[in-house]
Every structure is written in structure tokens, then in C-alpha cells.
Write a protein that binds this ligand. Structure first.
Ligand SMILES: [Zn+2]
Length: 379
């Protein structure tokens, strides 16, 4: 486009640059890699739109994101080396049994509990593991942590005597009742975080309730549907420029999430600007034929693994009936359809009817936000 670095005098001029979209990354995945980059790690995410996305992350980027996480952790009087319980669902991460990860987890005193299956027996095991570890912090999806909390409460098991200082939640919208349940049962505060593998560690809640942006690393713009930058106070799509991504650049990356910027200062005194409200991010639980509650990601990962699927939405009507809407990419055939049916039946039960519908496009919710799992079965 003939742009020169010297043309840019301040942040407002960032809008001379085009947006980086998920479709843009998908069409240029290899071309986006810096030819000098070494040790790039491959990641795969559905993002909030449910469209599978493959991208790469370099070491510098990992260091910055980890540092941002630990800074936010210290706001809550928890530090490196304090025991931590992580309730997470990514089979990619759960599946990596490599020694480096095992050593790292031991050094960091992290214990991972897989959030896929939430059967009664599994939940009893989670409660026991948390009691045995006596973690200073919990980390996980708000849906999963509140589910464990409700289970402990139902069993009459106290969890507020373990010395848990804070529960960090991320990856989903945090609902007020989830926050209240986790705080009541674990006897600790809940700290909300917003970010993703793709967009980075964008914002984290401080003990005064402010969602502080990681402003040294991440420039956040809020834009309307025509791509115009909006002032604080107005809701729009979050666009992220991550400054530690020269190995695989994320410059004006459209996240698909909706939020509002705040222009007031936080009462805590920290100078990092605030994100006022995050309206996006919803995943949900689904219920298997035998009543086992599963995180929606268990089904999402089946679809994410298929490059022939461009976008999707899963709707669970009953325990015996699930519909999957697919926007097919080239190469989608009966073979992929069979893989989807098989993958879903493995997780939900072999008797479950899995209906695959190919559509031209998937309509967003009224909020403008995509929900990629909707379950009408009460968990
Ligand atoms: Zn603050």
C-alpha cells in the first residue's frame, strides 16, 4: 500500500492500515510468517465466531503474554510458585504429554483438571483434587468453575477453608450468578480476564473491579460495522494490534467480540486504560444422552479439526437430537459429515441423532454476536 513507518505520528493514524480478518489469516497463513522467525508454535482456535482458525505464535509473543498474566496475578497477591488449579478443556494442551510441559507444570506448581466431562464421579474427583492441592488460585472457564462450586455445595462440602485467594476466569462471558456462586463456595474473589490465543492477553480485572488493558503490548480499538473507530462509551467490535507479534503479525486484528472502552480512571490508581464492558463470548454446556454434562468445547473441537468446515453452529434440541449447521469449505463431502456424526456420538452417546445441515451463512444472534453452541437442555 506504499505506507512508510514515518507517516505514523500517533495512534489515531493506525486506521490508515487495513484490518486483519480471520479470512485474511486463513488465506495467507504461510505468507504471514516472518522468514526470520524461529520456533513458531501452531495454534488452532474457533475464536468467538466459531470459524476455525490456524495461526502461529513466536517466543517473544509467548513471553509477553505470560508476563502480562503474572502481573495481573500479582494484583491479587498471588505469585509465581504459588499452587494453582487450572480447569481447562483444550485437548491440544491436555494431549501434550511432553516432558518440557510436565517439568514446567511442576515448577509452576500447576495442576490441570480436564473440563470436558462433568459427570458426578468426575466432579467428586475435582473437588477432592482441589482440597488436596489447597491452591492459592483457581483458573478456568466461569461455567466450569461455577459448576464445580455448585457440585461441592450440593455435597455439603466446604471449599472456603482452603486459602484460595482468587479465581481467574476467562474465555467466556462471566455471568453474575456464576461470579456469586464461585465467590460464595470458594470464599474468594473472582477476577475476570479477556483475551485469547489469537489476540493475546488483552485485559484483566483488578481488585477494584476495573478491567485493565495490557496497554504496553496491546492497542485496542473499538470499531462499528463499517470499520470506523468509535469513541469510549460506544459498543463495537474489538480490534487488536499486538506489538510483540513480529514473528506472525496481528495488526488491527478483528476479534469478532463486542465491547465498550471506558475513559475514566480506575480507583485502584493503576494507569492502564479500562475496558468497560465485554458483551461477547458465550459458550455453553451440552448434556449427553446419559445425563453427563459436557463443556460445549468438547463438540467444538470435533469441528475445529476439519479444514473443510468454514463455520458452524451447534444447537442441542434434546438429549437425543443435535443439529449442526455447517458452512462448508472446498472438499467437504459425505466423509466429513460422517466424521462429525461419529465424533458427536462418541461424546454424547451412540443413540443420539446428529443432523448435519449445510448452509450458505450462519446468522449472528440479535446482539450481533455469534454463539457457536446453544443447548436447550437444562444442565
Ligand atoms: Zn484498577
Amino acid at each position: 500500500m506504499g505506507l512508510q513507518p514515518g507517516q505514523f505520528k500517533d495512534l489515531a493514524e493506525l486506521n490508515q492500515l487495513p484490518f486483519l480478518t480471520k479470512a485474511g489469516i486463513r488465506a495467507n497463513t504461510d505468507a504471514l510468517k516472518n522468514t526470520q522467525a524461529q520456533g513458531l508454535s501452531r495454534f488452532n482456535t474457533g475464536g468467538s465466531s466459531g470459524e476455525p482458525l490456524v495461526f502461529f505464535i513466536g517466543n517473544e509473543r509467548v513471553s509477553h503474554d505470560v508476563a502480562a498474566k503474572w502481573r495481573a496475578t500479582r494484583w491479587w497477591d498471588v505469585d509465581i510458585g504459588d499452587p494453582e488449579i487450572v480447569v481447562w478443556g483444550s485437548p491440544i494442551e491436555l494431549g501434550s504429554q511432553d516432558r518440557v510441559r510436565a517439568i514446567r507444570d511442576r515448577l509452576m506448581r500447576t495442576q490441570l483438571l480436564p473440563a470436558f466431562e462433568m459427570s458426578e464421579a468426575k466432579l467428586d474427583g475435582f473437588v477432592a483434587a482441589i482440597r488436596a492441592r489447597r491452591p492459592k488460585m483457581l483458573f478456568g472457564y466461569p461455567s466450569a468453575l461455577s459448576h464445580i462450586a455448585r457440585h461441592a455445595e450440593g455435597r455439603g462440602q466446604r471449599m472456603d477453608d482452603l486459602g484460595v485467594k482468587v479465581a481467574f476466569v476467562t474465555s467466556e462471558r462471566l455471568y453474575d450468578d456464576q461470579r456469586a456462586t464461585i465467590e460464595r463456595v470458594f470464599g474468594c474473589r473472582v477476577a475476570n480476564g479477556y483475551g485469547g490465543r489469537d489476540a493475546g492477553f488483552i485485559a484483566h480485572e483488578c481488585p477494584h473491579g476495573g478491567m485493565h488493558l495490557t496497554a504496553e503490548d496491546v492497542i485496542v480499538e473499538i470499531v462499528d460495522s463499517e470499520g470506523r473507530v468509535l469513541p469510549p462509551g460506544q459498543a463495537g467490535e474489538i480490534v487488536v494490534t499486538h506489538l510483540a507479534t513480529k514473528d506472525f503479525p496481528f495488526i488491527r486484528y478483528r476479534t469478532g467480540d463486542v465491547a465498550v472502552l471506558d475513559d475514566r480512571a480506575c480507583a485502584c490508581g493503576r494507569g492502564l486504560p479500562l475496558l468497560k464492558e465485554i458483551q461477547g463470548r458465550t459458550t455453553d454446556f451440552v448434556v449427553a444422552a446419559d445425563g453427563t454434562v459436557l463443556h460445549g468445547l468438547a463438540l467444538i473441537y470435533v469441528l475445529r479439526d476439519l479444514p473443510e468446515v468454514q463455520a458452524f453452529k451447534i444447537v442441542q434440541h434434546t438429549r437425543q437430537h443435535v443439529c449442526v449447521q455447517i458452512v462448508p469449505a472446498s472438499g467437504f463431502s459425505a466423509e466429513q459429515e460422517a466424521l462429525i456424526v461419529k465424533g458427536f456420538q462418541q461424546r454424547l452417546g451412540s443413540s443420539v441423532r446428529v443432523e448435519v445441515q449445510c448452509v450458505d451463512a450462519i446468522d449472528p444472534e440479535r446482539s450481533g454476536k455469534f454463539r457457536y453452541v446453544v443447548s436447550h437442555v437444562g444442565a
